[in-house]
Design a protein. Structure first.
Length: 133
C-alpha cells in the first residue's frame, strides 16, 4: 500500500513538473512585438517615467571622476503582466553608465501592457537615458 501511495505521489509530482515546464516554454515562445495597436504605458505616462528615471538614476563615481557623459539607449520587453524583462543596452556609452541604466530599468514598477487585436501581448520598448554632469 505504501508503494502504491508513493508511486501515485511521484506520478502526480512528475505531471506537475511537466505542466510547469510547458508553461515556461509557452511564455518564452510568445512573440514579442515592436509596434502594437495599443503600446505599453508606464503608470502615469511618459512624464512619470522620466521622473522615475531622474529620481532613481545614480551617477556612477568612476564616470563622474572621468567626466563621462552620454545617452545610453536601452531596450526591454514589457511582458503580458506588465513586468519588465530582457533589459539590454543597444547603444553603450561607458560600462558603469550602461550598468546603471540596466539596474534602474530592471527595477521599474509594472507597466500597463500592450494590446494587439484585443489581446495582451509582449512588446519591445526602447528608452534613451541621458547622463550629464
Amino acid at each position: 500500500m505504501k508503494k502504491l501511495l508513493l508511486m501515485s505521489l511521484m506520478a502526480m509530482l512528475g505531471l506537475t513538473t511537466v505542466n510547469a515546464q510547458k508553461t515556461v516554454v509557452a511564455q518564452k515562445n510568445q512573440q514579442v512585438f515592436d509596434v502594437v495597436e495599443q503600446m505599453p504605458e508606464y503608470p502615469g505616462g511618459m512624464q512619470a517615467l522620466f521622473e522615475y528615471l531622474g529620481q532613481n538614476l545614480k551617477y556612477p563615481g568612476d564616470a563622474k571622476e572621468q567626466k563621462v557623459e552620454g545617452r545610453v539607449i536601452a531596450i526591454f520587453v514589457v511582458e503580458t503582466d506588465g513586468s519588465i524583462s530582457n533589459v539590454e543596452v543597444v547603444r553603450p556609452v561607458f560600462p558603469s553608465l550602461d550598468a546603471e541604466a540596466v539596474r534602474v530599468l530592471s527595477g521599474m514598477p509594472k507597466w500597463k501592457p500592450g494590446m494587439q487585436s484585443g489581446k495582451v501581448v509582449r512588446v519591445k520598448y526602447t528608452v534613451p537615458i541621458n547622463f550629464s554632469l
